[in-house]
Design a protein around this ligand. Sequence first.
Ligand SMILES: Cc1cc2nc3c(=O)[nH]c(=O)nc-3n(C[C@H](O)[C@H](O)[C@H](O)COP(=O)(O)O)c2cc1C
Length: 201
Amino acid sequence: MEQHRASAGNTSSKAKNSLSVLLEKNRSTRGYDCSFIVRPDQLRRIVAVNTKVASARNRQVLRFRLVMNDEAHKLIPYISMGAGLPEMKLPLPGHEPNAFIVVCSAIEPRTSTYIDLGISVQSMLLQAAEIGLNGLCILSFDKDAIKGALALELEPLMVVAVGKSAEKHALVEITADEPHDYYRKDGVHCVPKVRLDDLII
Ligand SMILES: Cc1cc2nc3c(=O)[nH]c(=O)nc-3n(C[C@H](O)[C@H](O)[C@H](O)COP(=O)(O)O)c2cc1C
C-alpha cells in the first residue's frame, strides 16, 4: 500500500493527508512504541495548530506545557487509560507514552473554555496524525498531583499523550441503539461509531 502511494506521486500524498484519512488515523491510542522518542519539534508543531484555531471571543485562554521523555514518567502514575477495559490495566508495561501536552487555562474555566479545549485538542490530535503520530486525550487524571509534579501555576484541564502507536484499531459501524463500549478482538482495538443516518435528526 505504502509502495503504491509513493509511486503515485503528489495526488496520493494529498489523499494520504486528506481530512477523512486523518480522522480515521486519529484513534485514541493507549499503547505506544517506546523505542520512538517524541522530539520537542514534533510537540511544538502539534501545539502550533493553536495559532490558527477558533476560540470563543478569540480570547485564546489555553496554555500548553510540553512534557518530553525526561519528565513523562512523572505523569504516568496519575493518568487513567482505558477505563472501559479494566482487566487490561493500560498502558501495558513498556508501552507507556513518552510525551505529553498538558492543556491549562489561564483563567477560571467557564463553558466556553471547555469548548475551546475540545477544538484545540482535536486539532492537535489531527496534526499529530498528519506527522505519523497518535495520541489520547485524558480527562481522567489527578489534577493536584500533576500540577505538583510539573510545578504548574495554571489549572490543568486535559492531559494529551503523544507517541508512535503500537496498536491496531478498527472503526465498527453501529446503530444508535447498539452498545457503544470499545473492545479488543484478536488484538485489534475496536471502536463502535454510530452510523450517519442515526446521527442526523
Ligand atoms: C473529553 C474526552 C475525555 C477522554 N478521557 C479519556 C481518559 O481519561 N482515558 C482514556 O483512556 N481515554 C479517554 N478518552 C478517549 C475516549 O475513550 C475515546 O475517544 C473513545 O473511546 C473513542 O475512541 P476514538 O477516540 O478512537 O474514536 C477521552 C475522550 C474525550 C473526548
